[in-house]
Structures are given as structure tokens and as C-alpha cells.
Write a protein that binds this ligand. Structure first.
Ligand SMILES: [Zn+2]
Ligand SMILES: [Zn+2]
Length: 133
């Protein structure tokens, strides 16, 4: 991959946020460093980083594509109450990919869009304390 300043900044924004950002979200951050940057440039940088295996994008049932500095496709846990997006243990991501590979001869997984919806631990805890008081 050719490293351009745009790509380097997009990569850094994702790495430093440590979370899931939409292309718009990345754009907002990078614009602070590179004023005049176009959203289409951000998309191209995200595609290039994706092809280099540095960034994955995921699709949630609602909302835009989300990007993150993560090397492999993985499932997401989305809280219906606060909207937080979390992950399984990294070990489980690998096991899932291995299981997919093992049960589909010769199939290479490039994208995986698995979303579990529910209530995160923090929100579930809040509900309990409200019930107690
Ligand atoms: Zn993720
Ligand atoms: Zn929550």
C-alpha cells in the first residue's frame, strides 16, 4: 500500500479512537489536521486500508457503515438501550472464523456481518439498581 498523508491520518484517527467510526466521523477528525480534505478521499483511504488488512468495515442493521482499526471481520454486540457497540473476546472471533472455514470447504471469508442486539452490562446493571431503590 502506498502511504499518503491522508491514509496515515485516517489510520491514526481510527487507531486512537479505538472504536467504531463512520466515514463522516473519521472525516470530522481528520479535517482538523488536513483542512480541505474531501469525504471521497476519506472513503478511498478507508478502502485502501481495508485492502491492506488494517481496517475492517461492518454494517449494522441501522446507521452507516462503521470502520475500525481491526485486522479481521468480527461480530458486534449492540446495546438497544445506549447504542454502545462492543466485541466478543478476541479468542472467540478467531474461533468463529475457524469454524466458518472448517465447515465451508475452500471458502475464504472476506466480510462478516453478525450483530447481536440486546442490553449491555452497564444498562442491565442500571435497570437493577433502579428496581432496588
Ligand atoms: Zn468492531
Ligand atoms: Zn447499554
Amino acid at each position: 500500500m502506498r502511504v499518503t498523508p491522508q491514509r496515515a491520518h485516517v489510520w491514526r484517527v481510527l487507531l486512537e479512537s479505538g472504536g467504531h467510526l463512520s466515514a463522516d466521523g473519521v472525516w470530522e477528525e481528520v479535517k482538523g489536521v488536513l483542512p480541505g480534505l474531501k469525504l471521497s478521499t476519506v472513503y478511498r483511504a478507508l478502502e485502501a486500508l481495508g485492502e491492506a488488512g488494517l481496517v475492517v468495515d461492518s454494517r449494522l442493521p441501522e446507521g452507516p457503515r462503521i470502520f475500525e482499526a481491526h485486522p479481521a471481520a468480527h461480530p458486534h454486540l449492540v446495546c438497544e438501550s445506549c447504542g454502545s457497540i462492543s466485541h466478543l473476546e478476541p479468542e472467540m472471533d478467531l474461533r468463529l472464523l475457524e469454524a466458518l472455514r472448517a465447515s465451508s470447504t475452500g471458502f475464504e471469508v472476506q466480510e462478516l456481518h453478525v450483530v447481536a442486539r440486546g442490553t449491555c452490562a452497564a444498562c442491565a446493571g442500571q435497570g437493577e439498581s433502579e428496581a432496588e431503590s
